[in-house]
Design a protein around this ligand. Structure first.
Ligand code: NAI
Ligand code: MG
Length: 496
């Protein structure tokens, strides 16, 4: 196996695969090229790993094609379900290690990383449960014909994931794809490739036939582009920026019109009415923006508070945010670790500078945290105008804007004033307000008196420029199957 010995503060030494996982083996890239993986807590190099180039992508796609047409096609739905259940069990068994590698490479707090691993296991097990429940229909037209539909797998799926939830995105993508009988070439994000390779070992251990799940490390413009332009990839599922989402649709159009599903950015409104339980609302608003260091596509980054409680809310929210523990991901008390990379750190700091220069008021934070690592103070802006950059663009960091609203119509207008439509939330004790506002907000998920409480059974995805298709729940299955209609003539007669 192509691997090295690394260590994490939580687990000590472990074996880290550094090759590309193709056909259940870790292999070197064809040209032997490697790239460095950085620890965001101290900006130091953790190790170097093999980078997939165009030829490696082609080898992985061929492996996936061979499995799709061969060994995987003869595995029964029941057995696919058992394999996913086994993989889920192995995630649970290796939870400490997977979480520690996630914290090392991504910087997320170890307690949150462990939560991610449990969610991965739940997601994989859930889709394993669907594997033998993919059913077609019999459709009556007339007495001369017998018609039925089959929900067939699409084929070889290219999956491209981001760095904010390296393993959770892995599970969200792989679960529904293999449950429905597809094969996969998954490219991880260049910032966080390590945990996916540890998980790849578990794929082989679970007993998946070679070629069903292939995991490659590499860059978007090289391996990502090769995968999305490939003529023998039948579908691409992507999570990441809206800019790259557009490039992926173009790549599909320029190649074989592969099916595309996209889970993109957001600028989600989090709305607090006068009648909300203010302490509860503050705790969810805080979690809504600062969870995962603000690196969530559904982050509640635009906070609208009704005028009757606005001043009290701002004061209490500042107090709450000051209690968020920022620091070493391996301290179990840490809530907020470093941002994932220098690039993301610089991007967020530049948004903070923009907010200041455009005249918004810094209520909390506004600077780097410490002197080493990509840490940023939880930052709250007030006095923001709707057209300000910090109110319009996805910051993807621990930065939010808070604004005052007068009435329901006013806040619905502001809430929907965005090109995005991923998530939204309403905090109120009035059921009618909750239902009316939930219906009026143009977003794929609306939370009421809660935030960021995603669940593998609940569909997740975007309205407007936040994406195409849905992940999770039964809804995701339709992104990985295609309907075939079979129509049979019941009488032996020629066309007349
Ligand atoms: P990105 O969209 O460039 O990266 C996400 C994935 O796409 C990575 O695996 C990357 O290698 C791949 N990729 C990049 N260019 C590609 C291409 N031309 N063809 C195929 N694959 C390609 O996002 P990035 O640069 O890491 O972050 C930039 C911003 O994107 C963030 O600040 C945030 O606003 C947003 N983002 C949103 C995410 C979400 O969960 N919806 C996740 C990550 C980033
Ligand atoms: Mg890293």
């Amino acid at each position: 196996m192509v691997s090295i010995t690394l260590s994490t503060p939580a687990t000590g030494e472990y074996e880290q695969p550094i090759g590309l996982f193709i056909n259940n083996e870790f292999v070197k890239s064809v040209d032997g090229k490697q790239f460095e993986v950085i620890n965001p807590s101290n900006e130091e190099v953790i190790c170097s790993i093999y980078e997939a180039g165009e030829k490696d992508v082609d080898i992985a796609v061929k492996a996936a094609r061979k499995a799709f047409e061969g060994s995987w096609a003869s595995v029964t739905p029941e057995s696919r379900g058992k394999l996913l259940a086994k993989l889920a069990e192995l995630f649970e068994k290796n939870r400490e290690l997977l979480a520690a590698v996630e914290s090392l490479d991504n910087g997320k707090g170890i307690a949150l990383a462990k939560g991610d691993i449990s969610s991965c296991a739940a997601c994989l097990r859930y889709y394993g449960g669907w594997a033998d429940k993919i059913e077609g229909k019999v459709i009556e037209t007339d007495s001369n014909r017998f018609n039925y539909t089959r929900q067939e797998p699409i084929g070889v799926c290219g999956q491209i994931i981001p760095w904010n939830f390296p393993l959770l995105m892995w599970a969200w993508k792989i679960g529904p794809a293999v449950a429905t009988g597809n094969t996969v070439v998954l490219k991880t994000a260049e910032q966080t490739p390590l945990s996916a390779l540890v998980a790849a070992k578990l794929v082989a251990e679970a007993g998946f036939p070679p070629g069903v799940i292939n995991i490659i490390s590499g860059f978007g413009r090289v391996a990502g582009s090769a995968l999305t332009h490939h003529m023998d990839v039948d579908k691409v599922a992507f999570t990441g920026s809206t800019i790259v989402g557009r490039q992926i649709m173009k790549a599909s159009a320029d190649s074989n019109l592969k099916k595309v599903t996209l889970e993109l950015g957001g600028k989600s409104p989090n709305i607090v009415f006068n009648d909300a339980n203010i302490d509860n609302a503050i705790s969810w608003v805080n979690y809504g923006i600062f969870f995962n260091h603000g690196q969530c596509c559904c982050a509640g980054s635009r906070i609208y508070v009704q005028e009757g409680i606005y001043d009290k809310f701002v004061e209490k929210f500042r107090e709450r945010t000051a209690k968020n523990v920022v620091g070493d991901p391996f301290d179990p008390k840490t809530f907020q670790g470093p941002q994932v990379s220098q690039t993301q750190f610089d991007r967020i700091m530049s948004y903070i500078e923009h907010g200041k220069s455009e005249g918004a008021t810094v209520e909390a934070g506004g600077s780097r945290h410490g002197t080493k690592g990509y840490f940023i103070q939880p930052t709250i802006f007030s006095n923001v105008q709707p057209n300000m950059k910090i109110m319009q663009e996805e910051i993807f960091g621990p930065v939010c804007s808070i604004a005052k609203f007068t009435d329901e119509a006013d806040v619905i207008r502001h809430g929907n004033n965005t090109t995005y439509g991923l998530a939204a939330a309403v905090h109120t004790t009035n059921l009618n307000t909750a239902l009316r506002v939930s219906a009026a907000l143009k977003a794929g998920t609306v939370w009421v008196n809660t935030y960021n409480t995603l669940h593998h059974q609940l569909p997740f995805g975007g309205f407007k420029e936040s994406g195409i298709g849905r992940e999770l729940g039964e809804a995701a299955l339709s992104n990985y199957t295609q309907t075939k209609t079979v129509s049979i003539r019941l009488t032996d007669a020629p066309f007349s």
